[in-house]
Design a protein around this ligand. Structure first.
Ligand code: PLP
Length: 405
């Protein structure tokens, strides 16, 4: 570690003195391969970033999703800078809030309104409140192992939580329509919402796309029981479909939450919904000190424009396939059995027959030594900045990493 990442190590030692855990949450080094991957970043351009020690990586995590168009995208940065030059936290929203709501309503087929916040967690929780307000019911049905944010009703952690926080949350298994049906039977007339992600992307497990039968059952059961379907599109939008990831799989949401990539790194989250819930939504209190900051809103408007112009989902599907197929072919060549899952734009590849993830961690550590950042336990992200040449360069480096396994 210290040979390749001495500054990361020194910064982490400093951080541990003044920050609980040193680095917390999903970016904690403990979630990757501690000591074998960098812990602090300095700058990024396109699909590459540099860590605190000056090591450069071709990045397949894209900041855990936000960097859809690449680090420091010139058009997005110019739009954000222009808005920033005029100010940040005013006493009022600016026209940009209205313009972005209009842009989302124009692009998302079922959406008639939009609200904005800063984090996915802000709005998955708010969406659940809107569902409770709309139905007068209590229960929220969620998929086991699905992540919807840090708030008490769904946090995957333990600290500071009460049993009461989850008293009205019930879980079912992904792609198990019978289990969902059973929950609707058990909580008859008390289900406010079902919340799902477009595909299942749990940490420390393979990703799983939804079966057609599961999507149909979720849509049918929500409609039949008058429960709202909340699509947590925080991680996927707009990598899978420019009109919302529901269109990639056939979900029929009442509310959808977007976040990570919507501002290409500028902090913003959005929730959109059907007209029938607009009045309800206006009764569920929503605010935050910085939520009308114009710069991220300007960035998001530019992201939507560029993503459309460049047909980002088709492009990521193509480059993602090139990457995953190339990766699997290299595994065969070097005698390492690999397993790929998830859509091509957000793939996850790991070593097969590796229940403790040790071999996958070794592979990711070796890839980091070769200058490719891939994660051992979390789905990866393609971005517009990954050119064919960069994919091929990354594959050449991964070939060397596989050779060491
Ligand atoms: C599917 C999903 N939902 C919700 C969240 C929470 O978003 P945030 O971290 O912005 O609060 C995340 C974050 O990773 C996510 O991936």
């Amino acid at each position: 570690m210290s040979e390749r990442y001495p500054k990361s190590a020194a910064l982490f030692a400093r951080a541990r003195k003044v920050i609980p855990g040193g680095i917390y949450g999903h970016v904690t080094p403990a979630a990757t391969v501690p000591g074998a991957m960098p812990s602090f970043a300095v700058e990024g351009r396109g699909c590459r970033y540099r860590d605190a020690d000056g090591n450069e990586f071709i990045d397949f995590m894209c900041g855990y999703g936000p960097m859809l168009l690449g680090y420091h995208h010139p058009e997005v940065e110019a739009a954000a800078a222009e808005a920033r030059a005029r100010g940040s936290a005013f006493n009022h929203p600016t026209e940009l809030t209205v313009a972005l709501a209009e842009a989302l309503v124009a692009r998302i087929d079922f959406a008639d309104w939009a609200v904005f916040a800063k984090n996915g967690s802000d709005l998955t929780t708010w969406a659940v409140q809107v569902a409770r307000e709309a139905t007068g019911r209590r229960k929220v049905l969620k998929v086991r192992g699905a992540y919807h944010g840090t708030h008490a009703w769904c946090s995957p952690g333990h600290g500071g939580l009460l049993a009461e926080d989850r008293a009205h949350v019930a879980e079912f298994a992904w792609n198990d329509e019978a289990a969902l049906e059973d929950l609707f039977r058990r909580h008859r007339d008390d289900v406010a919402a079902v919340i799902v992600t477009p595909f299942h992307h749990p940490a420390y497990a393979d990703s799983a796309e939804p079966s057609a039968g599961f999507v149909a059952a979720v849509n049918r059961l929500c409609a039949a029981h008058g429960a709202l379907l909340v699509l947590d599109d925080v991680r996927c939008f707009p990598r899978l479909h420019l009109g919302g990831s529901h269109l990639a799989y056939g979900w029929r949401p009442d509310l959808a939450v977007y976040c990570k990539a919507i501002g290409n790194g500028h902090p913003l989250a959005a929730c959109v919904g059907r007209a029938g819930y607009q009045a309800t939504a206006s009764r569920v209190f929503l605010t935050g000190s910085y939520w009308h900051d114009p710069a991220p809103l300007a960035a998001a408007l530019k992201v939507l424009e560029v993503a459309e112009r460049e047909n980002v989902p088709a492009r990521l599907e193509r480059t993602g396939r090139r990457f995953v197929e190339g990766f699997l072919a290299l595994g065969e060549k070097h005698g390492v059995r690999l397993r790929a899952s998830g859509p091509a734009a957000m793939p996850y590849v790991r070593v097969a027959d590796d229940p403790g993830f040790q071999k996958t961690q070794d592979l990711c550590a070796a890839a980091a030594r070769e200058g490719v950042y891939i994660h051992p336990h979390h789905n990866w992200f393609l971005g517009l900045a990954h050119t064919d040449e960069e994919i091929d360069e990354a594959l050449a480096r991964i070939g060397r990493a596989l050779q060491m396994q």
